[in-house]
Design a protein around this ligand. Sequence first.
Ligand code: NDP
Length: 300
Amino acid sequence: MRAIIAGGTGFIGQALVGELRGAGWEIVVLSRSPGKVAEVFGAGVIGMRWEGGDWASLLGPDTVIVNLAGENIAAGRWTGEVKARIVSSRVNAGRALVQAVQEAGVLPGAFVQASAVGYYGPRDNNPIDETAESGSGFLAEVCRAWEASSVALEAMGVRRVIVRTGMVLGHGGALARMLPPFRYYMGGPPGTGFQGASWIHLADEAGAIRFLMETLQAQGPYNLTAPNPVRFRRFARVLGQTLNRPYRLNVPAFALRLLFGEMADEVLLSGQLALPGRLVEAGYVFRFPELEGALKDLLG
Ligand code: NDP
């Protein structure tokens, strides 16, 4: 089996490549700079550029395309320009992949489209699964456009899986940004800490994507979140306890808004309690279902 992974040089992509290589998959990574692919993975992973669509000659029923490409959402303030890049980098990647498939006239066995639990918008009360409607706000808008960018493949008969991912915990990403204040005895949740934190260990993110690639009946949206989401105040407590540091120093909402503007409201001060209903129903067994075990594995 062959995986063609767009954006495979990133945080999730690198873990996915490791997971798939271990299972014997052949890997092709699509990147804006294929030289980076050799730097990141060394020999054994083929790096190709998007332009020209040469990679499409590798398509066939034993190939699965995974689309992870997109500009970082939480890197800083959302100026008009940054917002435009967040949307266009995702929508253009999805459309370019669809166009290359159309032009090649050969279909892949399946297509995995990245998305995020931000699809559901800010929801601080009840846990939700994939049956919930999309919500309000910029992130929900981005996710709808992102998911729609490759929908044309469904009409062509391609099995399309959408992975609505929560906050991925690994060495890097969101967790690396949260650690410094905790290490310096100033840790605590953002704002009230009542907002939901739908997290997933990086090993489960990669494991679940592989599971959905290999499960022929899998199609449609799947929440990629651990089965035990928590509120941020509990997340801060478990993180503090794992590091043996205090965890009660709430970061005031006004300070986060001052620093990060709208991004603070949508990414840090609101959230969802998203459940992986369809993934569990399909038979995926989580390696790290509880936050304590996940953080201990990464930081213990
Ligand atoms: P990364 O930012 O680590 O990597 C994404 C990859 O996308 C990069 O390696 C890069 O590949 C490519 N990329 C970056 N900017 C652009 C751009 N402007 N245009 C085209 N391609 C670009 O992301 P993650 O691995 O963390 O996440 C993968 C996807 O999953 C992302 O779309 C992300 O939004 C989504 N997601 C991630 C979550 C997380 O917690 N990490 C949570 C929810 C969703 P190259 O430079 O090789 O072209």
